[in-house]
Every structure is written in structure tokens, then in C-alpha cells.
Ligand binder design. Structure first.
Ligand code: DX5
Ligand code: ZN
Length: 219
């Protein structure tokens, strides 16, 4: 089945001194989800926010769907904290060594949707055994760690491969892209099977965020 398009602005590109204001502005512009990039300085060479920031955004009145992308060497240690803080979907990377299946199951048990993520250098085959267990597959279209990097068009073939499995096995997970996504690269990813679009720099720098959200929703 073909999912409708969802825009999920990355708060990494928002104003970190006023994250709630950036989040409210994105929601008011019509973004159905918000993407939170959680980095630990180990799995990726950068630091961002912890679960308390998400809890504070909920306390500030944010009712949006939080799409939480954990770029952590040991994500299994933080699932509970992010679920309690108010995450709706928690995505974990395939690359570090931990029990991926048990961690995905734990995310579900805690009442959240679960996603599996793969870096540009990781082949689609690495996640193939898990695709029947997830609500979302996130294909990184940059090496994670920093916003504002150029889109890697060599990831389009990976999207097509995973979308092919989704169709032939009649699975229903969402297929998300993250990194260098703007209105041009999002359209290319849509044509390759993606339905869920993380946009940091392009969304927060857009002169008209509502028009940006409407364009993605129309894909
Ligand atoms: C990359 C993060 C992305 C990032 C995207 O490490 O996972 O979500 O914020 O930023 P842009 O859209 O600026 O490439
Ligand atoms: Zn991300």
C-alpha cells in the first residue's frame, strides 16, 4: 500500500535557545510529525539533547507526534526514558552490537512505534531480517552527526530495494529518509518509495514553512 507523505522537521535545525517555539512553529505550519535527533558523541561525533528535553517540550504543550531518532552506541539503555518522556516513535540503528530484536520489542511494549535505521555505508540486507517487526525503516541519506550536509543520491537504489521488499512481502512499514532533504530531493525519494521526509535545514530556513509542508503533503 502507498502511504501518504509525512513531513517531519528536524529540531536540530531549530533555535536551541527556544526549541518549544521552533517546535510550535513547525506544528502550526502543518508538519504532522517532529523529528528529534539524539546524539551521544560516541556513535556519532556530536551531542544534542536527552530525554528531559522531550519531556520539557511536552510540558510546554506540544501535542505533536514525536519521531525520535536515537544515534546512540547503546540505545537499549535509553528506550524507557524516551518512552516515558513522550516519544511516539523510537528508531534505533542497526550498526552497533546489541539485541536489536529485543530492543524493538521493548519499544512496542512501552506503547511506542518502533523503527530501524541504517547508515549510508550499511547495505539494505543488514536490516532485511527485521523488516517484518518494525513500523518504520529510516534510510540515512547522509552520514549522521550533523545537519546541512548534501543529499546522497546513491541512496535512491537502497530505497527502491527496501520498497520492493515491502511490496512483495505485503508489509506496511513507513519508509523514511533523513539528511539533505529539500523539495527536490524529497520528490526523488518519493519516486523511489519513501513516504516520510525528515527536513532540518531546508524546512527551518524556508521563507514559507506552511508552503513547504503543503508541498510535501501533496507528494
Ligand atoms: C543527521 C540527522 C538529521 C539532520 C538532518 O545526523 O539525523 O536528522 O538533522 O538535517 P538536514 O535536513 O539539515 O540535512
Ligand atoms: Zn535524524
Amino acid at each position: 500500500m502507498l502511504h501518504s507523505s509525512i513531513l517531519t522537521p528536524s529540531l536540530l535545525a531549530g533555535n536551541h535557545a527556544h526549541l518549544a517555539a521552533s517546535a510550535q512553529a513547525a506544528a502550526q505550519a502543518g508538519a504532522p510529525w517532529l523529528h528529534l535527533d539524539i546524539m551521544d558523541g560516541h556513535f556519532v561525533p556530536n551531542l544534542t539533547f536527552g530525554a528531559e528535553v522531550l519531556a520539557a517540550l511536552r510540558r510546554a504543550g506540544l501535542k505533536t507526534f514525536f519521531d525520535t531518532h536515537l544515534m546512540l552506541a547503546e540505545p537499549q539503555k535509553y528506550i524507557e526514558a524516551f518512552a516515558k518522556a513522550g516519544a511516539n516513535l523510537i528508531s534505533i540503528h542497526i550498526e552497533p552490537a546489541y539485541d536489536h530484536r529485543a530492543t524493538l520489542a521493548r519499544i512496542r511494549t512501552l506503547g511506542c512505534q518502533c523503527g530501524i535505521v541504517l547508515n549510508p555505508g550499511t547495505p539494505a540486507s543488514a536490516i532485511e531480517p527485521l523488516i517484518g517487526l518494525v513500523d518504520l525503516v529510516l534510510v540515512m541519506t547522509v552520514q549522521p552527526g550533523f545537519g546541512g550536509q548534501p543529499f546522497r543520491s546513491d541512496m535512491l537504489a537502497k530505497l527502491k530495494e527496501i520498497d520492493g521488499w515491502r511490496q512483495s512481502r505485503k508489509l506496511n512499514f513507513r519508509l523514511e529518509v533523513d539528511g539533505g532533504i529539500d523539495l527536490v530531493t524529497a520528490a526523488q525519494c518519493r519516486a523511489a518509495g519513501a513516504d516520510t521526509f525528515v527536513a532540518g535545514t531546508s524546512f527551518f530556513k524556508a521563507a514559507d514553512q506552511a508552503a513547504f509542508a503543503r508541498t510535501i503533503a501533496g507528494f
